[in-house]
Design a protein around this ligand. Structure first.
Ligand code: ADP
Length: 394
């Protein structure tokens, strides 16, 4: 929950009143809420998203929250939603009308795990806050609408793109691109930067003059970097081979590539990078080490290819749970990129954990930064702008 308006956006003075998450909706849910006055974790049976929103609003309105600004649903003036897939239709954020909702539905086949939940959230908010409260959809894919054809097309028969919209879509790197410009005091047009989001899901983006010109994520989140449980890049013939040899349907192979691969698949242990780093330190576990090596090598390879795609860049940004918090992984990825003008400063890198700032040395040709991501802030800002009819590039 963010208090903002056009004036506060201009001054960069939006106020975060509340943040939190609700896990395991549908059973005994774990609710974590954090305000200025403290953090609270409780468990409660929460049947669906509507019940989850109800719970949050009731808690906010209670004296316990200490939030004098919000005493009930009427004090919430608009709701912004992160919507994962907007297909080719949505190149910017949009006020949610019935027509927009239909558009989000029509993108379900492009993001079958995400868009249905986004729609549930929109319907739940409509019933809790009433149809008069404006809602806005902020699309992850919109950031990559600037991709040129040669970057978003796959080299398969062109009619397949025409018929089924088979192409690269990507996921948002917008917040870190924005913060990078602020840190360097640059205008949008000046920013040539490679951003690496390394969390459970991982992707890289090549940004030229402030616009995305390439990204590692593909038609679905499966392509690109090695991720927690996803394979990333892969020879497509492998799908058929696994299917035949292991007696799995193509659908089951896709699921294996999404949920049993990546760091988890190689290590055989976990998708959690912290645990893998500990395993290497404490037990010198060979497969944990291998998983980390694959992860870092693939990321370095993408930096190299995006440097070529961009014709050079002035910045590299690390974000996501791993990118923000692991100096060791950042160091391993950048090791071997000295030829390209990347020189980390060891002490800056070690200190930059969970906060934003420079991690390269003063002599480094490319400035390397760690920037914790905060897409919610951009969602809140787009919501204000859309409701007031102001246009803003993604
Ligand atoms: P998601 O993509 O689901 O949002 P996160 O961005 O939260 O995921 O990233 C989760 C990953 O970040 C996990 O692999 C976790 O181990 C890793 N991570 C979090 N803190 C650290 C840390 N201090 N060192 C290394 N990895 C970390």
């Amino acid at each position: 929950m963010i208090a903002t308006d056009l004036e506060r956006i201009k001054l960069d003075q939006d106020v975060r009143l509340l943040r939190g998450e609700i896990e395991r909706i549908g059973g005994e849910a774990i609710i974590t809420l954090q305000t200025k006055s403290g953090r609270k974790t409780v468990t409660a049976p929460i049947r669906d998203m509507g019940a989850a929103l109800d719970f949050v609003i009731r808690w906010i309105a209670s004296d316990e929250s200490g939030l004098a600004e919000v005493r009930g649903p009427a004090d919430v003036h608009a709701v912004g939603h992160r919507v994962v897939h907007g297909g080719e239709r949505f190149s910017e954020s949009a006020v949610i009308t019935d027509d927009v909702l239909k558009g989000i539905e029509s993108c379900i086949e492009l993001a079958p795990l995400h868009n249905p939940n986004n729609i549930k959230g929109i319907l739940a908010a409509r019933s809790v806050f009433g149809p008069g409260t404006p809602q806005v959809a902020v699309f992850d894919t919109a950031f990559h609408h600037s991709l040129p054809e040669h970057a978003y097309l796959y080299a398969i028969p062109y009619h397949l793109y025409r018929r089924h919209k088979i192409r690269r879509y990507g996921t948002s790197h917008r917040y870190v691109a924005y913060r990078y410009r602020r840190l360097r005091n640059q205008t949008r047009e000046q920013a040539n930067v490679i951003t690496l989001h390394l969390g459970n899901g991982c992707s890289a983006a090549a940004i030229q003059k402030g616009c995305s010109v390439d990204t590692s994520m593909g038609m679905t989140p499966l392509e690109g970097l090695v991720m927690g449980t996803r394979s990333g890049d892969l020879d497509p013939a492998i799908v058929n081979l696994i299917s035949g040899k292991e007696g799995l349907s193509p659908h089951e192979v896709e699921s294996l590539l999404n949920t049993q691969s990546g760091l988890l698949g190689i290590s055989g242990l976990t998708n959690d990078m912290r645990v893998l780093l500990d395993e290497v330190k404490e037990h010198d576990d060979r497969r944990a080490r291998l998983a980390i090596e694959l992860f870092c090598y693939r990321a370095r390879k993408y930096i190299g290819s995006f440097l070529a795609a961009l014709g050079g860049a002035e910045g590299i940004v690390f974000t996501g749970g791993i990118g923000e918090n692991s100096p060791e992984i950042r160091e391993r990825i950048c090791r071997g990129l000295e030829w390209a003008g990347v020189a980390l400063d060891d002490s800056r890198n070690q200190q930059m954990i969970g906060k934003e700032g420079l991690i390269s040395g003063d002599g480094s040709k490319i400035g390397v930064y760690a920037i914790p991501t905060d897409e919610e802030l951009l969602i809140a800002r787009d919501t204000v702008r859309c409701v007031l009819g102001e246009r803003h590039p993604s």
